[in-house]
Ligand binder design. Structure first.
Ligand SMILES: O=P(O)(O)OC[C@H]1O[C@H](O[C@H]2O[C@H](CO)[C@@H](O)[C@H](O)[C@H]2O)[C@H](O)[C@@H](O)[C@@H]1O
Length: 269
């Protein structure tokens, strides 16, 4: 973990990676912002097959309480999908790469940044799935994801078809977001960074130091704004540019979150 920032944290302790001298995170003044797929959860063959370990759900719930509500999931998934996979628990969240937001579990979701994608356009992009039966279409309404984890050889063909459609519509406010075995077509007006920036302007996040953990290309927009928010960022798998540290795998993130709770208890005792 970044030595400069964590040095002023008193004695206890949760290591971010294999830091031989683990340090604590002050939950009373931090906001935990956590990507889901590839960060909290191991990647699965399809979006529906992810597994949420019960210990993780319980740790998140307790961390939500210990941070007085300043814990949010920051995901490319829609809010309804996030709620489905963590059911029956609800968490504050930025969903759809910044398209949707729920600031607290008591508040209504805000979807102001998510104009629905033109239905004809959705249909044209979805038709790309005809290339191969292994392509899975995830229609989020305001964006569309083409998953090719089960058909990796057609990646190039997918991007070629997407580019051809975009060439027909040079002024459409859409952009292509590559992810892990997924090509997503989304509105260009929002990103995870715009979502996190807005979230951090609301209580209980406002005034806290954000700590963001993510693994994918879309998370790089958040890594980039963390210094402006006086925050910390950590990548998973590879060490991404500009981060303060990194975890080897989602299992290490889960273990670290559990240790945060243990450390807080130790401080209190
Ligand atoms: O921002 P995230 O929470 O990391 O979400 C990114 C995308 O995650 C999902 O797709 C990815 O995870 C699937 C399950 O492990 C995997 O099968 C797929 O190959 C990955 O791309 C989700 O389906 C997308 O909507 C999210 O954008």
């Amino acid at each position: 973990m970044n030595q400069d920032v964590m040095e002023n944290v008193p004695n206890k302790t949760a290591s971010v990676t294999d830091d031989p001298e683990p340090r604590a995170l002050p939950l009373g003044t931090s906001a935990l912002l956590l990507d889901i797929d590839g960060t909290l959860l191991d990647l699965a063959p399809t979006p529906h097959e992810v597994y949420v370990p019960p210990k993780l759900a319980s740790a998140l719930s307790r961390l939500l309480s210990r941070t007085a509500g300043a814990l949010a999931l920051v995901s490319g998934r829609s809010l309804s999908d996030i709620d489905r996979i963590f059911a029956p628990m609800l968490f504050p969240a930025v969903g759809g790469h910044g398209a949707e937001m729920r600031i607290s579990i008591e508040s209504e979701a805000v979807a102001a940044h998510a104009p629905p994608m033109n239905p004809d356009l959705i249909q044209r992009f979805a038709a790309i799935a005809e290339l191969h039966p292994g392509i899975l279409v995830e229609n989020k309404g305001y964006s569309l994801a083409l998953h090719f984890r089960k058909a990796p050889d057609v990646e190039r063909a997918i991007y070629d078809r997407v580019s051809a459609i975009r060439a027909d519509l040079p002024n459409a406010p859409i952009e292509v977001l590559p992810g892990k075995f997924v090509c997503e077509i989304k509105h260009s007006g929002f990103t995870k960074a715009t979502g996190v920036t807005e979230l951090m302007s609301h209580k209980p996040f406002k005034g806290r130091r954000p700590v963001f953990i993510g693994d994918d290309v879309t998370d790089e927009t958040v890594f980039a704004i963390m210094p402006d928010l006086n925050g910390l960022s950590f990548s998973v798998g590879r060490r991404a540019q500009g981060v303060n540290g990194h975890f080897q795998a989602p299992s290490n993130v889960r273990a670290w979150l559990a240790r945060l709770l243990d450390d807080e208890r130790a401080v209190a005792e």
